[in-house]
Design a protein around this ligand. Structure first.
Ligand SMILES: Nc1ncnc2c1ncn2[C@@H]1O[C@H](COP(=O)(O)OP(=O)(O)OP(=O)(O)O)[C@@H](O)[C@H]1O
Length: 631
């Protein structure tokens, strides 16, 4: 007998399962049946593709046995099974990335936390919500030795040699005293129907069958009524995606999603598509109603399973769909791929590439339809996944236009979100320029930015992009159809001759003040200049895009890094010559006041851009000096 300690995180999860999670316990059946189905999938593929398994018989089935006397519930499968090493690795000692993520995401809210079980691949442990002892007897296909894994879910488990006919896994759960509902045939059957009706393998269970009394012609009972036990298949076991759309009810789609995505939440929508022609394939994609917890983790779990003619191939291939559609859950099934397809082959396979391209187009066009016909659902989708979708702008060049058309934008002139197709209706048809502003602050703050004053004065609408990813992505998106996307700082409005002359004259009258500002600010700015862009604000900052430090900072940003040791680019301080404050400063002979004002105005412009001040104490003392003078 060999005793082993659970790895720390597994132990923590088990503790939670046994002591804290009481909501929605029934999902332990979904999790174990789903593991059994996965084990059958794996064996199916090996038998078809691997010489080593050519003598193994594949007769897929899952059996459920409820024993009321012994108070045990048993789930048995004829799948791949596990050897000693698999048992050690899978059920207890090796830390899986999901285990840690699960613990990090626990909220203390029963309902939410029990929904996490399926998401993080800690499904097996769910049986300890209802059982105080679990025995897993298993034999790996193609091997001779069987093993039994036993645990009470507290601290340690044991592995011993065992005997078993044939390959597969049998899990016996000794139910806790108050969990006897899971021994009731109708209860178990209804859970299976709810979560596992459409797994592609049959699930059998003993069912009591009532046989009425037999009577003769005079009504005299010749044989009393009795109950017989009948072993019956209780799920439909048809791979749902293979059924014609018109024959599937919404409820069936939802139930399949529940078992497929291990989710108790309904999907937001689904897209079922059968392509016939040069390449035949079926896809069934679901959009979840909530973003999975690992959506922004690098080691996120993919949601797409690849089947080849109903044989499961992989659910661990991130290349099946582009990463910006990683929120999709579902199936791709094609007859036209070779069964013994390896990861390398898959990635360079022309058929797979075609299926992928067509599927992406289909998903994008379905989303476009939804954005027009079912705005309420689309808004929900966008709230959860809009930022992920945006990533497609830089990693799916071919579909960039379509992705742009799916985005919802805040704009300067609108209180509602606007789609780009509507936005361009108001763009100047001669200039054909779409202006945008980016910044890591609130939409309101951005809308109030001094840099937008000239746009406001001219009534030009501007896209307001305030998500962190926007500042990285949009500089790379240079056009939409015949329109150019232009950052507001690059927008050029031609001045007529008279205006140019007036501007030059004003600049001349400000030469003195500009000189004083430059001297006062020294190394903190690249330059000081007058501008015609401002209306209400006294100052704003402008980035010098030719500055190597600026280019370096942009490059680092695009690589997802901060500037590190590189010097930060210095801004240009632009002043508004029409603003009363500057007009007065221009005529002031108080050198100290002009000096303080230069610093306070620079800091004020930085604050407006959402930046932090280098020296807050200095800002406050200068401001206080100015106020004191004014009183
Ligand atoms: N019936 C089974 N037959 C063969 N292997 C199994 C069986 N049940 C569990 N396993 C193995 O144990 C591992 C752990 O199972 P667990 O349910 O905790 O997570 P998972 O199945 O990997 O994740 P998910 O629940 O997200 O599919 C499985 O990946 C599988 O390798």
């Amino acid at each position: 007998m060999a005793k082993h300690q659970f790895q720390t995180e597994a132990d923590q999860i088990l503790h939670l399962m046994t002591h804290s999670l009481y909501s929605n316990k029934e999902i332990f059946i979904r999790e174990l049946v789903s593991n059994a189905s996965d084990a059958l999938d794996k064996l199916n593929m090996l038998v078809l593709t691997d010489e080593k398994y050519k003598d193994v018989t594949f007769s897929p089935r899952i059996d459920i046995v409820a024993n009321k006397e012994a108070k045990t519930l048993t789930i048995k499968d004829s799948g791949i099974g596990m050897n000693e090493e698999d048992l050690m690795n899978n059920l207890g000692t090796i830390a899986k990335s999901g285990t840690k993520a699960f613990l990090e995401n626990m909220t203390g809210d029963q309902k939410k936390d029990s929904q996490l079980i399926g998401q993080f691949g800690v499904g097996f442990y769910a049986c300890f919500m209802v059982a105080d002892k679990v025995e897993v007897t298993t034999k790996k296909a193609g091997e001779d030795q069987a093993y039994i894994w036993t645990s009470t879910g507290a601290g340690e488990f044991e592995i011993e040699n065992a005997t078993q006919d044939g390959h597969g896994t049998t899990i016996v759960m000794h139910l806790k005293d108050d969990e006897s509902e899971f021994l009731e045939e109708y209860r178990v059957e209804s859970i299976i129907k709810k979560y596992s009706n459409h797994i592609p393998f049959p699930i059998f269970m003993d069912k009591e069958k009532y046989i009425p009394a037999v009577t003769d012609d005079e009504g005299k009972e010749t044989e009393p009524s009795k109950t017989e036990i009948e072993n019956k298949q209780i799920n439909k076991a048809n791979a749902l995606w293979t059924i014609a759309k018109k024959d599937i009810k919404d409820e069936e789609y939802k139930d399949f999603y529940s078992s497929f995505a291990h989710s108790s939440e309904e999907p937001l929508t689904w897209m079922h598509n059968k392509a016939e022609g040069a390449i035949e394939y079926t896809t069934l994609f679901y959009i979840p109603s909530k973003a999975p917890m690992d959506l922004y983790r690098v080691d996120y779990q993919t949601g797409i399973k690849l089947y080849i003619n109903r044989v499961f191939i992989t659910d661990d291939e991130k290349e099946l769909m582009p990463t910006y559609l990683r929120f999709l859950r579902g199936v791709i099934d094609s007859k036209d791929l070779p069964l013994n397809v390896s990861r390398e082959i898959l990635q360079s396979n022309a058929v797979m590439a075609k299926i992928k391209n067509a599927s992406v187009k289909k998903v994008l066009s379905e989303l476009a339809k939804m954005s027009k016909k079912d705005k309420e659902n689309y808004d929900k989708f966008y709230g959860e996944f809009g930022n992920v979708l945006k990533e497609g702008l830089y990693n799916d060049f071919a579909n960039r236009e379509k992705i742009l058309e799916l985005l919802q934008f805040n704009t300067l002139n609108s209180s509602e979100k606007v789609m780009i197709e509507d936005f361009v209706k108001n763009v100047d048809e001669e200039k054909k320029e779409i202006y945008y502003i980016t910044g890591k602050t609130s939409v309101e703050m951005l809308k109030a930015s001094p840099s937008l004053e000239r746009f406001k004065a001219k009534g030009i609408d501007v896209l307001i992009l305030n998500e962190e990813v926007d500042g990285i992505i949009f500089p790379m998106v240079t056009e939409y159809k015949e329109y150019k996307l232009v950052h507001i700082s690059d927008a050029k409005f031609e001045l007529d001759e008279q205006e140019t002359k007036a501007q030059e004259e004003t600049a001349k009258t400000y030469e003195g003040l500009v000189g004083q500002f430059k001297e006062a600010l020294g190394e903190s700015v690249k330059d000081v200049e007058t501008t015609t862009d401002l209306v209400d604000s006294p100052v704003k900052l402008k980035e010098d895009k030719e500055d190597p430090a600026y280019m370096m900072a942009q490059m680092m940003k695009q690589m997802g890094q901060d500037g590190g040791d590189h010097p930060a680019p210095k801004p240009i301080l632009q002043i508004n010559p029409k603003h009363e404050l500057l007009e007065k400063l221009k005529d002031s002979s108080d050198v100290n006041l002009v000096n303080d004002a230069a610093h306070v105005l620079l800091d004020q412009a930085k604050l407006f851009d959402g930046q932090e001040l280098d020296d807050t104490a200095d800002f406050i003392s200068r401001l206080n000096r100015i106020i004191t003078k004014a009183i």
